[in-house]
Design a protein around this ligand. Sequence first.
Ligand code: AMP
Length: 327
Amino acid sequence: METVVSGIRPTGNLHLGNYFGAIKNFLKMQDEYKCLFFIADWHSLTTHPHPDNLQKSVRTILAEYLACGLDPDKAPIYVQSDVKETLELYLFLNMNAYLGELERTTTFKEKARKQPNNVNAGLLTYPTLMAADILIHRANKVPVGKDQEQNMEMARKFARRFNTIYGCDFFPEPASFSGSAEPIKIPGLDGSGKMGKSEGNAIYLIDEPEVIRKKVMKAVTDSGPTEPNSEKPEVIQNLFALLKVVSSQDVYEFFDEKYNSCEIRYGDLKKQLAEDIIGFTAPIRERIKEISSDAAYLERVAKTGAEKARESADATMREVRRLIGFR
Ligand code: AMP
């Protein structure tokens, strides 16, 4: 069975975009592949987080992913820093990673532009750490978005290079894949492109009903269609895109017909949308609260995940050391 490895950035709370764009796919993947999920706390050090926040954000993201249905019995979930074998592979890979190629990475150039006072070596070698995360389990597939495509190219290059240097066929070249389901983009409701934390337009899974209602009622609309069956402008498409994922088919069709016959009342649509989002998030929110308050459970999940991940990492590193010449 093919191995899938997926990294999770411990940055704040999960929103509807995360759920429908990534997590829903993870839930399918954990049934179809041998999956390993890890929380990328080492990667987050490139921005120098406060020690208190590091701990807290790892716990938060772990609890929220579990609440969404990631099942540690099907796929281990571990914290990156619990599997030190990754660091050893990172070191080995760095010996064959070249300054020029690392400097040319778009993600590095972007980060260097965003944080000009902190262009650290960790940022530069982000692609080698990412390659180590993947190759440590000799993964075949990695679910990533377009923005990570170049880093995936690097991971494949490092795998190939290792195999060539040591005359072996040890590391598979990991393929990027979008997962089992079609990737969907969840839009923001402020008229801008996509929903995101940094965009400040996110509806979070932990948002209380009142907060969700307020956010949805503030969504940007237009003055309504004047001709039957006219094309929906982007802001209206955005509302319908959300209806599509949280509401029933009947509800979606009802408002679609109202739009097409120019009888739509956006206030009604928003009210319905808010209630359907609440209906969807409420059980998840309850589970987040429950799981977050159960420190022993979280610890157990992370510990078991680390044990399983280390078993796989250890097997890889034994062979890597032997191939490199540590005998
Ligand atoms: P981030 O919260 O930016 O760390 O995003 C984590 C993952 O969630 C991304 O790699 C995407 O797969 C997914 N994601 C985030 N925002 C959206 C969105 N608005 N629509 C669809 N997928 C999203």
